[in-house]
Write a new protein. Structure first.
Length: 121
């Protein structure tokens, strides 16, 4: 990002990001300063973020586009039912309030390493 001029940036973002090598803190402000569009990926952390130890798909999907500067997200799907669920979630999307964002961040703290497994130590 510092060596070349790009229009957009693809970056891993989810509700556990702030707890470990945070792209939200380091990358989003720089992308904003440069006027770049931001595409969020790893929103579900390949499913690790979902379920009993994590958060709901609607919360995971809504968290990332609620971040300042995020233009869109990409989601990997394995079944047609997952595609349909994601479409339903997106159609109902309303940006999250700060209190909801903080609550989701608190929920992901205890398993942050698992939820951000793709980051280098």
């Amino acid at each position: 990002m510092r060596r070349f001029d790009f229009d957009t940036l693809l970056v891993a973002l989810n509700a556990a990001d702030l707890h470990r090598i945070s792209f939200i803190r380091e990358v989003l402000p720089e992308a904003s300063r440069r006027g770049m569009g931001v595409i969020g990926m790893k929103v579900y952390s390949q499913g690790h973020l979902l379920g009993e130890e994590g958060i709901s798909a609607a919360d995971a999907m809504g968290y990332v586009p609620s971040l300042q500067g995020v233009s869109t997200v990409i989601i990997g799907c394995q079944t047609p039912a997952e595609v349909e669920d994601n479409v339903r979630i997106v159609r109902q999307f309303v940006p999250f309030e700060r209190s909801r964002m903080l609550g989701l961040e608190a929920q992901t703290l205890s398993n942050a390493e698992k939820f951000t497994y793709y980051k280098m130590p």
